[in-house]
Design a protein around this ligand. Structure first.
Ligand SMILES: Cc1cc2nc3c(=O)[nH]c(=O)nc-3n(C[C@H](O)[C@H](O)[C@H](O)COP(=O)(O)OP(=O)(O)OC[C@H]3O[C@@H](n4cnc5c(N)ncnc54)[C@H](O)[C@@H]3O)c2cc1C
Ligand SMILES: NC(=O)c1ccc[n+]([C@@H]2O[C@H](COP(=O)([O-])OP(=O)(O)OC[C@H]3O[C@@H](n4cnc5c(N)ncnc54)[C@H](OP(=O)(O)O)[C@@H]3O)[C@@H](O)[C@H]2O)c1
Length: 419
């Protein structure tokens, strides 16, 4: 990595040539690509807007979080989880694993550097990536120039905050699920949890466990599946069946088994979508809820399931069925979105919503050295599989380039001619 700056202009942007790919994001996906590249002997620069790796896990998740899928589906390439880890590692164990993963492969991200724009320069056939970092009152800008860019900013980069009538008039506390840590401070309070995805369900469960009174909004439909069926992970069982059976049959089997284990969830106000859980996930990317105890609390009446919201007022919420609830606080478990459209100046590979347009399994490679990791709606296992393909692809070009340079240019001139 070489850097240049114009000493005459205090405010000039520093310009850095990167000999290798730039990875944007130091979450599990970015680390996985970094590790696979290191294994191939390819240097890279990892840019991270936060001050730590895996900022989603370290800063934007609740305390009781555990991985929902068994550990063998969540470990990153080239370094398995320690043997003593439980079947479903805790958030802390997962973060410890990621820290040791980064150390093991010598990945040292550039922290506090937020990528503000990335554009392919047709004239020089290189990517120009601009970052901003603010430390105290000092703001600095850097431009990285490289041949390859790997987008690893995640499917959950930004919180989704819906516009709901009267939300601004509500006098109580309103937070997003990414700010929720524990239900401790909500003891005795009436809390409206908006959304019934995995976050909404688990926040509601945590609130009950801390003696709060949650009402959970389910405005449309949701598939709730048990985390395990006959002692085996539901996910693992589904993956096994998918090897021999078409998706629609696997869905029917899953729903039948779910009915035996959980009963009719519709009777608790949780309407089921008309298409099966795997088909829904494959077609619309909507993740089914893997129940870790919320359903029992719903059955017992500790979590009240309520329909969509009409409007908020000072200390009340009015629901679409006309019912009014007095509430103290609101937790918006309304999901997340990609931030790629904000900073990546490209419209061919990524959609307007910030996901690769090409469906799985081909959404990892674009044109002109552009790659995407962790955008397949397949969680950590999808990210690992993308990472290995990306490193292999870059390595082919890298090795070919190296061979040609060795043949053509005397060693002492190699770097200069590259720039
Ligand atoms: C509450 C919760 C629980 C989850 N549990 C599971 C689970 O159990 N199993 C599973 O497989 N998946 C789970 N997921 C999905 C999870 O997001 C991914 O599996 C995993 O974190 C994806 O890793 P990633 O690196 O792609 O994205 P992230 O973990 O989101 O990492 C992206 C990184 O990019 C950085 N970044 C973003 N924008 C910029 C920018 N402009 N410039 C520089 N850096 C930037 C972010 O700060 C972040 O550190 C969960 C998600 C949530 C929200
Ligand atoms: N332990 C774990 O593994 C774990 C835990 C938590 C989250 N996650 C993962 O993290 C990702 C995000 O999950 P998430 O639960 O945060 O988000 P999500 O799955 O996108 O769910 C968002 C929920 O908010 C609802 N919603 C959005 N806008 C609304 C509005 N205006 N009014 C009422 N409801 C509204 C949605 O309803 P509609 O369906 O009607 O739009 C949906 O129920 C998923 O991949 C999930 O699997 C994993």
């Amino acid at each position: 990595m070489f850097s240049f700056s114009d000493q005459n202009d205090l405010f000039a942007r520093r310009c850095v040539w990167v000999n290798g790919p730039v990875i944007v994001g130091a979450g599990p996906s970015g680390l996985a690509v970094g590790a696979c590249l290191k294994e191939q002997g390819i240097p890279c620069v990892v840019l991270e807007r936060a001050d730590c790796i895996a900022s989603l896990w370290q800063k934007r998740t609740y305390d009781r979080l555990k991985l929902h899928l068994p550990k063998q589906f969540c470990q990153l390439p080239k370094l398995p989880f320690p043997q003593h880890f439980p079947e479903y590692p805790t958030k802390k164990q997962f973060i410890d694993y990621l820290e040791s993963y980064a150390n093991h492969f010598g990945i040292k991200p550039q922290f506090n550097e937020s990528v503000e724009s990335a554009k392919y320069d047709e004239a020089c056939r290189l990517w120009r990536i601009k970052t901003v970092s603010v430390q105290g009152s000092v703001r600095s800008e850097i431009e990285y120039i490289c041949q390859w860019i790997v987008v690893a900013t995640g499917e959950n980069a930004e919180r989704v905050v819906p516009e709901i009538d009267g939300l601004g008039d509500f006098h109580g506390e309103i937070i997003h699920a990414c700010e929720y840590k524990s239900g401790e401070k909500y003891s005795g309070k009436k809390v409206l949890v908006v959304g019934c995805g995995n976050s909404g369900m688990e926040v509601s469960l945590d609130l009950v466990n801390h003696n709060a009174k949650p009402s959970m909004v389910s405005r449309s439909s949701v598939h709730v599946l048990p985390r395990e069926i006959f002692g085996r992970s539901t996910f693992e069982l589904a993956m096994m069946m998918m090897k021999w059976l078409p998706v629609w049959i696997v869905d029917k089997i899953l729903l039948l088994l779910t009915w035996f284990i959980l009963g009719n969830t519709e009777s608790y106000g949780l309407k089921r979508p008309s298409i099966g859980p795997l088909e829904l996930k494959n077609t619309y990317g909507k993740t089914p809820v893997l129940d870790v105890g919320a359903l029992e609390k719903i059955r017992a009446g500790d979590i009240e399931v309520v329909p969509g919201i009409k409007k908020f007022s000072k200390n009340m919420v009015e629901l679409v069925n006309g019912e009014e609830l007095a509430i103290d606080s609101v937790v918006l478990a309304t999901g997340y979105c990609s931030n790629v459209p904000i900073w990546l100046k490209e419209a061919e590979f990524f959609s307007k919503a910030g996901y690769p347009k090409t469906p799985f399994p081909n959404g990892w490679k674009g044109n002109t050295g552009l790659y995407a990791v962790g955008f397949t709606k397949r969680g950590l296992s999808g990210a690992s599989s993308d990472a290995m393909k990306i490193a292999q692809d870059i390595s082919k070009v890298w090795k070919e380039d190296l061979k040609q340079k060795k043949q053509k240019v005397p060693t002492h001139r190699r770097c200069i001619s590259t720039f």
